[in-house]
Design a protein around this ligand. Structure first.
Ligand SMILES: O=C(O)C(=O)C[C@]1(C(=O)O)C=C[C@@H](O)C=C1
Length: 307
């Protein structure tokens, strides 16, 4: 049975998402302590793939994932899932809210309950740990008084009780996850795909605008742009871009080829079906059919059949 890594221990949001991402095949889920560890297990071939969080509707991108995706050998996303994120407070039975002196969770989770913490536990010592389920495990081990965890974590730590539920500052928050594997055959285009890339551009006037122009010129709908420092050179960034379409689509292929010529480096991070299956937005004149017709026209001109 293929092994799939995820940010553990059991009871994380990432575990839930990874179950969804692997629902159409039998997989053995392997918990890892961090996203970089999960991705290292994919790179080394110890596991087939990993489920990783990439972006939250409230707190934005997950930097650990973006950095780990580009830190080493190439990896590509083949699937995405979006799940709702709600938070509970777990503690030893009998703990009252005003007895909580230390409370732990994943940094992204803490950022999503900041308002609740300020209002309800203004004096508590807030500790960041590797995941929401790791926080629950630490409370069960007596390390902290309370954990901010996914509602499912309660099932994994039955000795803990729920001190509060639904504490997220934004009610309908969601997190997007990717199933990532070593490069190989790509998922077939579906007409409702997303392509992710990471590009490094030179630090010169207009290079970012020029990069984006390659997309807009071809009628490509950009859905996300994020920058992360390259780390070894202050003031230089990697740009993570998501846009509608599949690398097999003519407009996407042409744009990627243009970016490859224009940027210092381009890393393809995958073309995969969008979780909501919403059809790719394509500007009129940038459809597959339009690209085919223009290619036929050009071939005819080049061969002397048409002027
Ligand atoms: O700690 C977890 O449960 C995770 O799966 C990580 C993570 C994240 O990285 O954003 C996933 C979803 C939530 O937004 C909070 C935490």
């Amino acid at each position: 049975m293929p092994e799939i890594a995820y940010l553990g221990p059991p009871g994380t949001f990432t575990e839930q998402a990874t179950r969804l991402l692997t629902a159409d095949f039998n997989a053995d889920l392997v918990p890892c302590e961090t996203v970089p560890v999960a991705l290292a297990a994919v790179r080394s071939g110890d596991v087939l793939a990993a489920g990783v969080p990439v972006e939250n509707s409230v707190e934005g991108s997950v930097p650990a994932t973006l950095d780990a995706l580009t830190a080493d050998d190439p990896l590509v996303a083949v699937k995405e899932a979006v799940i709702p994120v709600q938070f509970d407070v777990l503690a030893e039975p009998g703990t009252a809210l005003d007895q909580v002196e230390t409370i732990a969770s994943h940094p992204h989770a803490l950022a999503q309950v900041r308002g609740w913490l300020t209002e309800n536990l203004p004096k508590a010592d807030v500790r960041a740990v590797s995941s929401t389920a790791a926080a629950a495990a630490a409370v069960a081990a007596g390390e902290f008084d309370a954990a901010i965890s996914a509602p499912v974590a309660g099932e994994h730590y039955p000795s803990l009780s729920r001190l509060a539920t639904g504490i997220a500052d934004v009610r309908d928050a969601v997190t997007r996850f990717l199933l990532v594997r070593r490069p190989g055959p790509l998922p077939e285009p579906t007409g409702a795909d997303r392509t992710s890339i990471c590009a490094v551009i030179s630090h010169e006037v207009g290079t970012l605008a020029d990069m984006l122009a390659e997309l807009s010129l071809r009628g490509i709908n950009l859905s996300r742009i994020e920058s992360r420092p390259v780390k070894d050179s202050f003031g230089h960034y990697r740009f993570f871009l998501d846009f509608d379409g599949h690398v097999a689509d003519a407009r996407i292929g042409e744009a990627l080829a243009a970016l490859q010529r224009r940027c210092d480096s381009v890393r393809f991070l995958g073309s995969y079906p969008k979780a909501d299956r919403s059809p790719a937005q394509v500007r009129p004149g940038a459809s597959e059919q339009a690209f085919r017709k223009s290619a036929e026209w050009l071939a005819a001109v080049r061969s002397g059949r048409l002027a």
